[in-house]
Design a protein around this ligand. Sequence first.
Ligand SMILES: [Ca+2]
Ligand SMILES: [Ca+2]
Length: 331
Amino acid sequence: MKVFLIPLLALFLGACSTMQAGSSKPSILVDLDPASGDRTVIVESITADRSGMLYLPDRVTGNILRVDPKSPKPTVVGRIEAREIKGKKVNADPSGIAFNPQGDLFVAVGSFAEVVRITGGELNPGKPGSAKTYATGTPGANGVVFDRQGSLFVSGGASGIVYRVGANGGAAQPVVQIDKNSRTLPDGKTQQAITANGVEFDRNGVLHVSDTSRGAIWKVAIGADGKGRKPSMLAQSPLLEGADGLVFDRHGNLWVAANERNALVTVAPDGTVREVAKNGSQGPLEFPSAIVFIGDTAYVANFDTPRQDNMDANGKTALDAIGASIVRITP
Ligand SMILES: [Ca+2]
Ligand SMILES: [Ca+2]
């Protein structure tokens, strides 16, 4: 009897894990690049406004794209112009994106060491709003998130610094630093040194920071003085290889885009990491880098960087699947 029990148990557990994955099966909402995998559009982050529209900054053009999930066709509603810095043209290469409670849109621009703003009224398909400087002194600016008091928190990438910007913008102040770290990725050549990437607050106001270099998530309590306390590691796992954008769902589960693995994972409050979805180079996940929820539906930005599990079988390109796109996961 015992002989049969083990395979039966394995079958049962296997069925359970299949059901779990099946209950949150990702599919493509929209292909954002008319040239498909040619990277004429590159999106790293995604957010939503109060009326349930999605917004993504395009790193190639600096355009802010708006997508209605019910009629998913990208429309340009704003743009971040390239600048001349020290005699050289510098593209915005925008990354993190967030709305404040007033409905103005904020985008992290690491190459300008700034966060820029487009007011809600200027987000207009007829006359796309032009982004203006909101905060300065944020080199490597990557993730952005507002706290309940209206302060903006900005991650600084490889510096490990997280900055805070007061409710009126201006010069950013460092509030905490995740220790620096660098590691050679399994491809044997990429140095991964970003220790402060995605940033998000839980319902208790504790800041969570994804550490791509360590494949880890940190928690940082913010004091009444606005300063961060000593970071504590919530989780570190091979499942968090490429930990990038992160977000809490309505039930308080932390979702993390594991870009290098073409995967989405959750991290429970006790630090348990679980796989939600994962695929190879054929998609629908293609180097997923950010997640936003509208209700219980998750929307994911596909960055499609040619690396690790997103590489085609030739080991050179990432032309499999459709490239820059939004993935939808309905509960
Ligand atoms: Ca990021
Ligand atoms: Ca691809």
